[in-house]
Design a protein around this ligand. Structure first.
Ligand code: NAG
Ligand code: NAG
Length: 508
């Protein structure tokens, strides 16, 4: 039976024309939700017969065929329940330093790991390296040393420093800035805000992240080119967006939208949760603020506003909450510090999702067609929440707006059957693909390995700035106009002189 399955696999691989590839995944960031997305893709690569080696903080719990871990676990504390629920410029600025600190620390962890060092010492051959595009380009230095083409992958909208390397024009008037509000339709204040912060983040990335990582790499290798340059050699970028959610954007052909591949087939719900959902006559609202936010940091008045608001509507509430109890122990609310989110959202009785709008939650919500009440807190959440409202998937609510009246009003809007019908339609459009996002992600990974001698980068990444702004063309056109004007003027003068002369002659 087993060998039969293997034969079948071999046949499929042969039919697709791709032989078994040696693939290295480099994921030195300790964010659990990031890796949760990548893991489904890495496991699928292994399942399809490729020899996958994965450097991460999250080794497989039980061995998986074709999947080899190089574990970084235990070198850093994982990010869970660490961020406060508040929003201010101070937190946005602080995110910059958080990214610098974790990115540069992870570079040192990566390169000092014996298993990783073994790869370059034994000159292990890889057909392709898959590297997370987040807060460090350290893995690009490693890929350079291993001589393998790179595929970039992420779990959010592009970060400010990722536009330039792929030649994507960043324009604050229509390109969503993930860390700030405004989506693709910012007002003048938001455009000003994102212009300043875009510069802040890009500068911080160049002068801190890249410079420090470059120095760390130099401790191990003496010939790694500037990270900024090798970043431009990335073959393909698998970005976790989709136009039905974030709107149509201007992306080069080598930046591929693959949002949705992590969403698994729903499984059977645990009995207590299934009963709670199915015994609710008017359906259920699901509340979760993800795994990174500290629930206890929600101020008491805002917490009470949510509890009082959901007491006013007939739906029951399932709430992922990291505390043992809620004030007043409300009967209509089921709390647990762990809930199978994807399976819950897949249940037809779940009618709304009150969320911090992380991209995993947003993706699962649009996949299952569950209207969202989006309360962004930090990171990419403001960009996602703007997309939720613009696409019609739900409504936004600010932390500052958390009063009983506003919550009730917004929940009633998204619980309206007409609203839900619209969201179901959006969800069908989202899931209707010519190629599944998983197949697409894997196809372009294999493609990069098979055709690594070409560059797929848009010419816009290489064109000099003066050409991009047509400065040379303008100079030539203006010179031409200038010359024509001079000629006209000379001719005109000559003609006028002639006329004057002949007039004079006539008078005499
Ligand atoms: C799979 O990759 C590992 C590197 O992690 C390598 O040691 C091993 O030889 C590879 N296996 C095959 C069959 O290529
Ligand atoms: C890719 O380029 C290398 C180095 O120039 C060359 O040796 C190799 O044959 C090329 N591969 C293909 C498939 O053209």
């Amino acid at each position: 039976m087993r060998s039969c399955a293997k034969l079948l696999l071999l046949l499929t691989i042969c039919a697709s024309g791709v032989s078994t590839l040696n693939i290295l995944g480099v994921f030195p960031f300790e964010g659990k939700t990031h890796f949760f997305v990548f893991e489904s893709y890495l496991r699928e690569l292994a399942k399809r017969g490729h020899n996958v080696t994965v450097i991460s903080h999250f080794p497989q719990k039980s061995p998986l065929e074709n999947y080899n871990d190089i574990s970084l676990a235990g070198t850093t504390s994982l990010l869970e329940n660490v961020f406060p629920i508040e929003r201010s410029y101070a937190t946005v600025i602080a995110i910059g330093f958080f990214l610098v600190n974790t990115g540069t620390a992870n570079c040192r962890v990566l390169l000092s790991n014996k298993g990783v060092q073994n790869l370059w010492k034994t000159k292990t051959k890889f057909d392709v390296v898959v590297a997370e595009q987040f807060n460090s380009d350290c893995s690009l230095g490693l890929a350079y040393k291993l001589g393998a083409p790179v595929v970039g992958i992420n779990t959010h909208l592009l970060l400010p420093w990722h536009y330039e390397r792929f030649g994507i024009q960043y324009n604050p008037s229509y390109v969503s800035f993930l860390l700030l509000e405004g989506g693709t339709k910012p007002n003048i204040y938001q455009r000003l805000e994102r212009t300043i912060l875009y510069t802040y983040f890009n500068t911080l990335y160049k002068v801190m992240c890249q410079r420090i990582d470059q120095n760390t790499l130099a401790e191990y290798f003496d010939d790694v080119p500037p990270l900024n340059e090798i970043a431009r050699e990335i073959k393909f970028m698998l970005t976790y967006t989709h136009f039905t959610l974030f709107g149509s954007s201007l992306l080069p052909s080598n930046v591929i939208e693959v949002n949705g591949y992590h969403v698994a087939e729903p499984r059977e719900l645990p009995d207590d949760i299934r009963k709670f959902i199915e015994e609710s006559q008017h359906g259920v609202i699901y509340i979760s603020f993800g795994s990174m936010l500290k629930a206890a940091s929600l101020p008491a008045d805002k917490l009470n506003a949510i509890i009082e608001a959901v007491a006013e509507i007939p739906q029951r509430v399932l709430w992922k909450w990291d505390q043992k109890t809620l004030p007043g122990n409300p009967k209509n609310i089921f709390i647990s510090n762990w809930l199978p989110q994807n399976d819950i959202l897949a249940h037809p009785n779940v009618l709304a999702f009150f969320s911090h709008c992380g991209l995993l939650s947003t993706t699962e919500s649009i996949h299952h067609g569950v209207p969202m009440l989006a309360m962004p807190v930090f990171g990419d959440q403001p960009g996602n929440a703007a997309a939720v409202e613009e696409s019609g998937l739900g409504l936004q609510i600010r932390i500052a707006e958390l009063t009983k009246e506003i919550i009730v009003k917004k929940l009633k809007t998204i619980l309206d059957p007409k609203f839900r019908e619209q969201v179901k339609h959006l969800s069908r459009a989202y899931r209707n693909r010519n190629v599944s996002p998983m197949d697409s992600a894997i196809f372009w990974t294999e493609y990069a390995a098979q055709h690594k001698n070409f560059t797929y980068r848009s010419r816009s990444a290489d064109v000099p700035f003066y050409q991009y702004l047509y400065l040379d063309v303008l100079v030539i056109l203006l010179s031409f106009v200038f010359v024509v004007l001079i000629i006209l003027k000379t001719v005109l003068f000559a003609v006028m002189k002639c006329i004057q002369k002949s007039n004079k002659n006539k008078k005499e």
